[in-house]
Ligand binder design. Sequence first.
Ligand SMILES: [Zn+2]
Length: 502
Amino acid sequence: MIRGRLALWAAGLASLWLGACAPLPLEATPDAVRDDIAARLQADIDVLASDAFGGRKPGTPGGDATSEFIERRMGEIGLVSGTNDPGSYWRMPVDLVETQPVSGQLKLGQGRKMVTLTEDEATVFTPRRRALAAGGPGTGVPVVFVGYGDGSVLGDAMAGAAALMLADPGRDTERREALFRQRATVVVTVLPDAEALAAVRRRYAASRVELASEELDTLSAYITDAALARVLGAKRWAQWKNEASKSDFVPFELNMAVSIDAGADRREFVSQNIVGMIPGTIPGSGAVLLLGHWDHLGECAPPEAADRICNGASDNASGIAMMLELARRLKEGPPPGRDIYVLATSSEEAGLLGARAFVKAPPVPLGSIVAAFNFDMMALAPEGSPVGFIGRGHSPALDAAILGVMARRGRVTGDQALADSFLQRQDGWALHQAGVPSVLLSATYGSRAVLEPFLQSRYHRAGDEADQIELGGAVEDLLLHEVLIRELADPERYPSGTGAQP
Ligand SMILES: [Zn+2]
């Protein structure tokens, strides 16, 4: 709903004049103000989602340009440093490691005969540049069959061993991590069939980015049930599986040799969260946190596509633009009692990594943050849309404050099940897990009618461009946040402690 500029101003002035004559039942905002906000949002989104920013991937020139743009805008708005680090005014480092599997081979055997397994039978992954492992008779590395368990009954005895485990969908990631924590050299997972193996291969095919501090030094192999039967003999393998299904099963050492050779491309690099602040007037009264992720996917369309850049206009140039405009308007008004932190996170698309880094090394005690507001994919809904309330139901005080302001602004909540389904898919989840009351309020998540067409056409694709966005709902959402955050930043209207503990 982007109208022409001249028409916007004329309409705005007319309603401003009318508004002065007739008192309105709700907290109305003059059209001229709305149009000004829309124009500012559009201007920042146009820059951030331009091809010059290359899709804002961390660790690329486009990522650096994004950080520099946000820093400059925070300075223009009049924010001060929120890093709590005199040596780094706006930036807090996010240490990352990117890995991509390049090779892998698994051999199994009994006695001296080793069998190299084919691509349809097995696959091997490690985040290391090169990983070699050998287990079985004569190697000093026992091969231990843990069945459907995680080897924990063996305690320290798993250290250095190779573990063979039967897949149990839903529990496997957790079991593998438990085995690696017990310092297993390699974990071999037995999958039911070639289809399951292909799914694992697809999952590992793309490069993955992790926080350097969270990386597990692992060596994982996956093998099909049929391949194991081929190497061990069907009868013996059936016997072992039968053992594993008994309630009194105890892991035991196998007379089986394992040999693995795997490698990965690996790059360690540093990205950054950008943190500004509006200082509050009442020291020690706590803080309100605004956050949005600045990163997107870079070039994500297939190599043959004419336009490969995934510009991420809605996801999430819109959230950054909205957070900056909101901060500008809050800074222009009377100073808040509480500090208001403004956090642009890195690497959300890789798994909320910047938000998790913030939680691990916060510049302000997490317990002093009375509420966190995330901004993600904000520019999809037209004016008049219901509000998706992600994070509802975890803090009665915060919920009450939000619903109160919504009622005054004439806003209604939308499809709650839809909003709930996004709880873990946004940066606020990292804050929520750390005990910070955290919500995302946006008309984007209020109805399937708004969200589904975007998810099916432009989401995480080259078509998420600046000329495709809709700002009607975004402007209403921004105004809602402005009133709400002024209230929450005032310790008299929102006493400290009432919002804590989800
Ligand atoms: Zn995304």
